[in-house]
Design a protein around this ligand. Structure first.
Ligand code: BEZ
Ligand code: FE
Length: 291
């Protein structure tokens, strides 16, 4: 019956409309979603004005979103939903911990050879990254695709400075692992940065008096046949924001050693450097595909 519904009967009436779903999972998700949405509105005694404000907010999140400005992803991130979903789905055992993807991954990134400078000419302290990809028995994973991306030394990604960089990708690349499961590249040292606050999500952060800062990190997304994809990041241990990441994605298990070297020392690719630089090494362990 869906006539003369009351605060008490409307939830059941809406849920019943999903009973005919042939897809059991779709039914389960919607019935439960309706339950929680309705309970939420009842619990906080949601006013009509608040509901209109929320709809307007979501409309604005949609309007500002583009393939390179993913405000819906950011909304999920600042509410901790992205990390929660990741935790639910990736209890990886002995594999490298995963964390959230974030809004700055973009399709169409350039493929790079191992050893390449992927900074795109952006100025900053040189950073030499060396990674090894292994399975849970420590055997190298050969031919894995490794996406990496990070900010510049002022905390900006290439897509946030497209005008300055003439739309060219920088500080991101797709590499693959060699016969020893290794990949390596040169770039620049990134920095902590605020998540974008000039859109609707910024209003939430300001209303809550929350910091928008993310600790310094380098992103990775690894794919290899026969293994679960791994979305992860590496963090710097002494970062001031490590323990108060605005999007809840930092993990102690993903803290890497960013080793400082002075001018005159030899970089991993054999050049004697005329300026200070940093090196980071990391071994990524992939879990077998779930089939
Ligand atoms: C990032 O690490 O790129 C990121 C993650 C969540 C929100 C904003 C940025
Ligand atoms: Fe990031």
């Amino acid at each position: 019956m869906s006539i003369d519904l009351t605060e008490e009967t409307i939830t059941d009436a809406v849920q019943q409309t999903f009973e005919g779903c042939t897809n059991e999972r779709v039914r389960e998700v919607f019935v439960t979603l309706v339950q929680h949405l309705h309970d939420f509105a009842r619990e906080v005694r949601l006013t009509s004005e608040e509901w209109f404000t929320a709809v307007d907010f979501l409309e604005r999140v949609g309007r500002i979103s583009t393939p390179t400005r993913q405000e819906f992803v950011l909304l999920s991130d600042i509410l901790g939903l992205s990390v929660l979903v990741d935790q639910i789905n990736h209890g990886n055992g002995s594999a490298t911990d995963s964390t959230l993807l974030g809004p700055f991954y973009v399709e169409g990134r350039p493929r790079a050879e191992n050893g390449a400078d992927i900074s795109g000419g952006v100025a900053g302290m040189p950073l030499f990254f060396s990674g090894t990809v292994v399975d849970q028995d420590g055997r190298p994973v050969v031919g894995a695709d490794v996406d990496t991306w990070h900010s510049d030394s002022e905390g900006f990604y290439d897509v946030q400075q497209a005008d300055k960089l003439h739309g060219e990708p920088a500080m991101r690349a797709l590499l693959d692992t060699d016969d020893d499961g290794r990949f390596w590249y040169r770039s620049i040292v990134p920095r902590y940065y605020p998540v974008p606050t000039d859109g609707p999500c910024g209003e939430i952060l300001r209303a809550a008096g929350r910091s928008p800062m993310r600790p310094e990190h380098i992103h990775f997304w690894l794919h290899a046949e026969g293994y679960e994809p791994l979305v992860t990041m590496l963090f710097r241990g002494d970062d001031p924001y490590l323990e108060r990441d605005a999007v809840f994605g930092a993990k102690r298990s993903l803290v890497a050693d960013f080793v400082q070297h002075e001018a005159g020392e030899t970089a991993p690719h054999g050049t004697v450097m005329s300026e200070p630089f940093q090196t980071v090494e990391w071994t990524f362990t992939l879990a077998p595909a779930r089939g």
